[in-house]
Design a protein around this ligand. Structure first.
Ligand code: SAM
Length: 282
């Protein structure tokens, strides 16, 4: 029996049956258009041999489009009512036993996932999209690529290059893990309820080799936070305040790292931030 997708009327009926009124707090904007969920799965190049993880499956529209490919998957949902209902929805839509594992939990607290998933596909809750993404990339090295739907402004930041107006801490941190690109826009009309922001698809590919140790990552991220926390300051001032040292000491460190002390955070690539962390740790 082939897997069938959820229709708009069925999604609303399911929500009514579960007494779910979508909440802003959990970023509950459900996709009610089959073409849109298929497009996400297509951009993510999901095939039957993939092991996928989805964050926030909600009522299951994107989940069924992933399962339609024959892939196996795990879905992490914080809303107990939605997590409890999903296996039943999947079975009623032709999903074979064992293809879907549902975890009823906050994605930010998950430290283990069954089956070492290699692809992340998600329509992320707006309020936690960046922390959830970074959490998954940090904790699940098996994830090699993914496509996420996020608020347009967040997607532009994730994919931004140094020097661009929107380049910031999320851009530099995301670049630690690999490369990112904008992969399409999604009309707000495909959601229920219709959100008051536009959405985009962002695709990432993890770098083939790990960039550095966990200690080096933490230290690099601390420098990124300092650099962007004091955006109008030059890097030497931001670094001095994080080190509790003088601007002259900070300048010395930056020079050893090959970075101009008068530079600002928004001009630096992830490699520059990492070299500063390496000099600090040496
Ligand atoms: N994937 C569904 C779709 O496309 O229709 C729902 C997407 S909706 C934007 C976000 C989903 O994430 C909701 O189901 C919400 O309950 C869930 N969610 C919100 N915060 C979460 C968290 N911290 N961990 C796991 N799920 C979360």
């Amino acid at each position: 029996m082939p897997v069938t997708l959820l229709g708009a009327a069925e999604i609303r009926a399911l929500a009514g049956e579960l007494d779910v009124t979508p909440t802003k707090k959990l970023g509950q904007n459900f996709v009610v258009d089959a073409n849109s969920v298929r497009k996400i799965v297509h951009v993510a190049r999901v095939t039957a041999t993939d092991r996928v993880v989805e964050i926030g499956p909600g009522l299951g529209s994107l989940t069924l489009a992933i399962l339609e490919t024959g892939a196996s998957m795990v879905a992490v949902e914080i809303d107990h009512r939605l997590a409890a209902r999903l296996p039943q929805t999947a079975a009623a839509h032709g999903v074979p036993d064992g293809a879907l594992t549902v975890i009823d939990a906050d994605a930010l607290r998950i430290l283990e996932l069954p089956g070492d998933p290699d692809v992340l596909v998600a329509n992320l809750p707006y309020n936690v999209s960046v922390p959830v993404l970074l959490h998954f990339l940090e904790h699940f090295e098996s994830l090699k690529r993914g496509v996420v739907m996020v608020q347009a402004e967040v997607g532009e930041r994730l994919a931004a290059a140094p020097g661009s107006k929107v380049y910031g801490s999320p851009s530099a941190k995301a670049a630690w893990y690999g490369s990112w690109r904008l992969a399409g826009t999604v009309s707000r009309q495909v959601f229920w309820p219709v959100p008051n922001v536009d959405s985009v698809l962002v695709a990432f590919e993890r770098d083939a080799s790990t960039r550095g140790s966990e200690e080096e990552r933490r230290s690099t991220f601390r420098i990124i936070d300092a650099a962007f926390g004091q955006r109008r300051k030059m890097l030497r001032q931001a670094l001095a305040s994080v080190l509790g040292g003088t601007a002259a000491e900070a300048s010395g460190i930056l020079e050893r790292a090959g970075v101009a002390p008068t530079a600002r955070g928004e001009e630096l690539r992830i490699d520059d931030f990492q070299r500063i962390a390496q000099v600090l740790g040496s």
